[in-house]
Design a protein around this ligand. Structure first.
Ligand SMILES: Cc1cc2nc3c(=O)[nH]c(=O)nc-3n(C[C@H](O)[C@H](O)[C@H](O)COP(=O)(O)OP(=O)(O)OC[C@H]3O[C@@H](n4cnc5c(N)ncnc54)[C@H](O)[C@@H]3O)c2cc1C
Length: 151
């Protein structure tokens, strides 16, 4: 098996097809990784997502530097993965954010039941607040295996 580096265009293609990522943030030398849904916006060069306010949002507000991994995984021999280094940026309700928020909501709405599971209830408790955010992509790398030979 040979593993190849992906070009930036290939990385963008993996992100476009992806919908679930591993989002890693860090506070006081303690990493924290959770799965999240996302949409890639090539126009803004960012990933959009949303979340109820909890640990990851609190941590990313303290330290906006994040790492995100997206994978297109078939099996051990057939996969592509992209690692993004970026910055958390919350998209509030203020008029200055309106265009960006609309863009994010438009992209989310192309997916059915897009608000799940990010805005689902945890047990019996109601979420007070859901935040929309983007991860600015500062840099990214990608790798993939060779496709299996057809015989
Ligand atoms: C396929 C998929 C897609 C998802 N999409 C989104 C999304 O778009 N947006 C979103 O906000 N969330 C999404 N989630 C849920 C997400 O993984 C977190 O569980 C959730 O966001 C709560 O994270 P928090 O940091 O706010 O944790 P809090 O509710 O503050 O809980 C804190 C503690 O709970 C534990 N914990 C939190 N999440 C998990 C977990 N998944 N597994 C095990 N332990 C956990 C941790 O130990 C942490 O210390 C998705 C999950 C899956 C599986």
């Amino acid at each position: 098996m040979i593993i190849h580096e992906l070009t930036p265009a290939d990385c963008a293609e993996v992100l476009s097809r992806g919908s679930v990522a591993r989002l890693a943030c860090c506070r006081m030398n303690q990493p924290y990784v959770v799965p999240v849904s996302f949409v890639y916006d090539p126009r803004q060069v960012c990933l959009f997502s949303f979340s109820a306010i909890g640990k990851k949002v609190e941590w990313m507000r303290t330290n906006p530097s994040v790492c995100v991994e997206v994978e297109d995984f078939e099996d051990r021999f057939n996969w592509a993965t992209v690692v993004v280094f970026g910055r958390y940026d919350e998209i509030g309700d203020a008029p200055k954010h309106q265009e960006l928020r609309q863009r994010a909501l438009h992209l989310f709405s192309e997916r059915s039941r897009w608000w799940l599971p990010g805005a689902a209830k945890l047990g019996a408790s109601e979420h007070q607040n859901v935040v929309v955010y983007r991860i600015h992509i500062d840099s990214m790398t990608g790798r993939r295996t060779t496709r299996p030979e057809t015989t």
